[in-house]
Design a protein around this ligand. Sequence first.
Ligand code: NAI
Length: 337
Amino acid sequence: MFATSRLFSVAAKRSFSTSAANLTKVAVLGAAGGIGQPLSLLLKENPNVSHLSLYDIVNAPGVAADIGHINTNSKVTGHTPENDGLKEALTDAHVVVIPAGIPRKPGMTRDDLFNTNASIVRDLATAAAKYCPNAHFLIISNPVNSTVPIFAETMKKAGVFNPKRLYGVTTLDVVRASRFVAEVKNLDPKDVKVTVVGGHSGVTIVPLLSQTGLEFTKEELDALTHRIQFGGDEVVQAKNGTGSATLSMAYAGARMANSVLEATVGGKKGVIEPSFVKSDIFAKEGVEYFSTNIELGSEGVEKIHGLGEISAYEKELIAKAVPELKTNIAKGNKFAQ
Ligand code: NAI
């Protein structure tokens, strides 16, 4: 099913030793939600996962019982807040993926989710700092531009922040960009790689279409840039009040989690994914976190790629993204203080 055959190549499986595989507990927080369920399903298919621990404030044991019948090797456990469930879910986790929190409804921006999701992420970070401070944390909960700083500040307060192991998940933006550009140019998306930088909301999402090696008219550039920046809105509108992207997000989240596993436990080299991480690129402008392509290594973030050569059009997009990002990050930092 799905693209597991592509995601988890035979070579990757071979490079992943059995002893390492025994150590890869992956926790999903928010596992019973729209993203959490299909994401957990995809992770159950991942041979790099030995134990999948599913946590949610509701229904996680049911999801775990269901997924646990799939005949792959990993163990699946389900946890709710009762009986120290969060502690159980997190202890010994190597990777923690966090899609906990409310999604958008039509007309909402990701920032409108702040009031509810900020405290959810802070509380999960507090628990993570206590029970699995050395794990790799993949933050899906929106607004990512603010929830990543909240997670970081909470870890800092506990004295356990490791910037190499905190990733805002922006994978869906490159997945969408690849699909949208391929549609316009009649190409197979697997041959279309689009670097997307900045953050994960509206104008902070900056596709670097000039680096694709393809030619675009001004109309195509405008339309594609807008579609990549606001692609999430298409799903929110189509779902008509019942949520935002869940299935494509689960696909993107599973890809990111797999890349982190392959690099940190599988010993695979040259694994590159985009991610919203602590970054110096716009630090002078007061932007502490920024998404670019990241090379992953055994410790997590090994090398942060720069922007590379960008067009005048893209410089303008960046100029709009930077002040918005600065505001979003400051809002997260302030909340966590
Ligand atoms: P959902 O409402 O279907 O699921 C969220 C789950 O989180 C629910 O099962 C809920 O019980 C659980 N939850 C709430 N508080 C919790 C807590 N304290 N601990 C553990 N679990 C808790 O929402 P959906 O569609 O799964 O979206 C989740 C988040 O992901 C939203 O904030 C959404 O905006 C974001 N998202 C991020 C994307 C990205 O590219 N980074 C893309 C799409 C959505």
